[in-house]
Design a protein around this ligand. Structure first.
Ligand SMILES: [Zn+2]
Length: 401
């Protein structure tokens, strides 16, 4: 099983759908009977794709979850988490749902389904992603996913809300030591999720749309709100940032309503045209000193889409690969291994100087992975150290004349 798990992981970690095929060539063709699967990944053999598919399909993805925490611990040990600390020491954890599989034909017992226009059934899988983000830089850290099951309800809001509460119950207590602030879109700014966050000693900054929170709108209408203005230069343009806030408004219209603090950011250009407006609810105190940082943290939520989902889907992580979909857990196991590979890459960039140098020499992450892919297809490396010393020209591969 260790070989099988590592074989599937290696495809995502090396960002090479044909990594295992290349290693088979290296093992058989070069005559030494070994490949980088043995030397770098400590595998004993190279299982075939069919075998990997059959053996991983029944595996519960939760078996891999401890690896996320090990990576996070490495990140903390190397000092890499410091760049993520916000608002005086909090970690920002963005929650958001995403689909990772969609098909008209291929499906399994765990597929969610919906009827498209014309009566056609579409099958899909989605999960609730939890990702550590921070305003000011583009790195993100994936935490264990929570898979959305078909019985979660038919509404997107219902599915994500239940998955978020399951995630918080399963993982929230473990991350409480990071003093997390959970971020999310308007689906999350409802009392059941806000209460679930508080129950695991977390804080929240959730988007709060006027249309979904009419009572808060009533509270803020017609009163003088506290306000703070800043002028911000972006290139040659000047923008005026206006923050408004009020503390202690009820989250919903009920006797047991949670009291929350509300804040809004409005950005106007030099002509006075409003180019951005968003409002949030939070359990953290709001004042003139921290309102800008709170709004920046709330806005960092979009990074989960740009820096996580977009990278996973379009930047070489080969989400479905040729292992396929399976009948039980294969799709969920593959997405979990993929998230771990993505996390390891970020940790390696923070913790490993040679890795960072190799990426810098390659110029872009894309070119770095293409070098890694090509060189490991052709050369048997005794260790990661030698591989990365080669990629950074500390040693060179020379052949006898
Ligand atoms: Zn399925």
């Amino acid at each position: 099983m260790a070989d099988i798990g590592m074989a599937a992981f290696s495809v995502f970690f090396m960002q090479s759908p044909s990594f295992l095929a290349h290693q088979r060539h290296l093992q058989d063709g070069a005559g030494h009977g070994r490949s980088n699967c043995q030397t770098l990944l400590e595998m004993t053999g190279i299982p075939c794709d069919n075998h990997i598919r059959a053996m991983l399909d029944p595996v519960a993805p939760q078996h891999f979850f401890p690896v996320f925490d090990a990576a996070l611990a490495t990140m903390e040990e190397c000092g890499g988490l410091a760049a993520f600390r916000q608002l005086g020491g909090h970690l920002l954890i963005a929650l958001d749902g995403t689909e990772y599989f969609r098909s008209d034909e291929v499906h399994c017992a765990h597929c969610s389904r919906r009827t498209r226009a014309g009566g056609k059934t579409e099958y899909f899988h989605s999960f609730l992603s939890a990702t550590v983000v921070a305003p000011g830089h583009n790195r993100v850290l994936s935490l264990p996913p929570e898979f959305v099951a078909p019985h979660d309800g038919s509404e997107k809001q219902d599915c994500e809300s239940r998955a978020a509460r399951r995630w918080l119950a399963a993982h929230g207590p473990r991350y409480a030591g990071f003093d997390p602030v959970y971020l999310g879109d308007d689906l999350f700014s409802r009392q059941p999720i806000c209460a679930a966050v508080r129950a695991v000693d977390g804080h929240f900054i959730f988007v709060c749309k006027p249309s979904s929170h009419p009572l808060i709108q009533q509270y803020i209408t017609g009163i003088e709100l506290a306000a703070h203005r800043q002028t911000v230069k972006r290139g040659k343009q000047r923008f005026s940032y206006t923050y408004r806030w009020i503390e202690a408004v009820p989250l919903r219209d009920s006797d047991d309503a949670m009291m929350v603090n509300w804040l809004e950011l409005e950005i106007a250009n030099a002509k006075g045209e409003v180019t951005y407006r968003n409002s949030f609810v939070t359990d953290l105190p709001v004042n003139a000193d921290n309102v800008a940082a709170l709004a920046a943290a709330g806005r960092a939520r979009w990074k989960i889409e740009n820096e996580s989902f977009n990278v996973l889907k379009t930047k070489g992580y080969n989400l479905e690969h040729n292992f396929g979909h399976g009948q039980h857990n294969l799709a969920a196991v593959l997405v979990t291994l993929n998230l771990i590979a993505f996390l390891f890459h970020t940790v390696a960039e923070s913790a490993e100087g040679l890795w960072r140098q190799a990426v810098a020499i390659a110029g872009t992450r894309g070119r770095f992975f293409s070098k890694l892919r090509e060189i490991t297809a052709l050369v048997l490396f005794p260790s990661w150290q030698v591989l990365f010393e080669t990629l950074t020209f500390k040693i060179s591969l020379t052949l006898p004349p």
